[in-house]
Design a protein around this ligand. Structure first.
Ligand code: FO1
Length: 317
């Protein structure tokens, strides 16, 4: 690839896996990881930023691999005591993880931006690739359900994704400005690619795409926009994406994800299990790539990252 920026839009676990793969390619400081903040919420007086934390812990090698969130080698004595005292214990904060939330909350309260405190944290954890929030302004995903709106973490964790979703709102999105480095990379004439990682299209990627001006910018930039399907053979690898698609009356297919992103896309990466949908993706005017998108090993993460950039290069030539 050339030497311009590669922007990766990342949400939860799937996004972080591909972000890790991208960070291990020799992109130098050209890789910019933009994390969703719609999952963020105020809890126990703390500002919790789960998607920033998932990608931060993943790139620092501290993430708990089987849960997909939080830290490995974790203790839960804080949660035990919280429970004893009758505190809200539906959202699990590990003893080590808690230090990050307290530090970030303190920094934000003292007027530091989320970008600034994220830079402090990622540097302390030895992460080279810049990780930035999609915006430094407050945006909160509200899940519309048959029984009324739910804050995202209430839907996702407290209610275990059981409510039937009817739509999504991103509170604050109209007044939110794209984060400065994100905005600058998008207007960099050497921008190489924008990668939409295999995160939940509705609650992890759409908050970023719905920032004022982002969709228009993605349509206008010369750099290819390439997405990796989070749906493989009709199922989400992790999380409620397929359930949401079903409840929204969409087919739970990789093709339906490509159609959801629509004309923003130049390329779309499907798993071998969905190879039969490649022609339909091509019929959208989007270049398909069929490969192994299920990332079990570190090598899988790197291989997929390499193939995604290869697709972007082929489209760009
Ligand atoms: N997800 C859960 O399913 N249960 C939890 O108790 C939980 C706690 C938690 C604490 C910190 C953090 O950064 C993430 C946490 N998550 C938990 C994941 C979180 O709900 C994210 O929003 C998901 O990863 C989706 O992006």
């Amino acid at each position: 690839m050339g030497q311009g920026p590669v922007i990766a839009l990342s949400g939860g676990v799937g996004g972080a896996k591909l972000a890790l793969g991208l960070s291990r390619l020799d992109l130098g400081d050209e890789l910019l990881i933009v994390a969703n903040v719609g999952d963020d919420f105020e809890h126990l007086g703390l500002t919790i930023c789960p998607d920033l934390d998932t990608v931060t812990y993943t790139l620092s090698g501290l993430s708990d691999q089987e849960k997909g969130w939080g830290r490995t080698d974790e203790g839960w004595r804080f949660m035990e005591s919280l429970g004893q005292l009758g505190g809200e214990d539906w959202f699990n904060l590990g003893d080590r993880d808690l230090a990050l939330h307290i530090m970030r909350t303190q920094a934000l309260r003292s007027g530091e931006s989320l970008t600034a405190v994220t830079r402090t944290i990622t540097r302390r954890l030895g992460i080279a690739a810049p990780i930035v929030p999609m915006t430094d302004d407050p945006v909160r995903t509200m899940v519309q359900t048959a029984d009324g709106p739910l804050a995202f973490q209430h839907y996702f964790v407290r209610d275990r994704c059981e409510p039937v979703v009817t739509g999504f709102d991103f509170t604050g999105i109209n007044n939110a400005r794209p984060q400065a480095d994100f905005k600058a990379a998008l207007s960099d004439p050497d921008l190489q690619a924008i990668v939409i990682t295999p995160s939940n299209p509705f609650v992890s990627v759409d908050p970023i795409l719905n920032l004022p001006g982002i969709r228009d910018t993605l349509r206008a930039v010369a750099a290819p926009v390439v997405a990796v399907s989070p749906i493989v053979a009709g199922l989400a690898i992790k999380g409620p994406a397929a359930k949401m698609m079903h409840e929204l009356g969409m087919p739970t297919t990789a093709l339906a994800v490509a159609e959801h992103y629509g004309e923003l896309l130049d390329g779309f990466v499907l798993d071998h299990g969905d190879g039969d949908q490649a022609n339909a993706v091509a019929a959208l005017g989007v270049r398909p790539l069929v490969t192994k998108t299920v990332m079990e090993s570190l090598e899988d993460r790197e291989n997929l990252a390499r193939e995604v950039l290869g697709l972007a290069r082929d489209i760009g030539n």
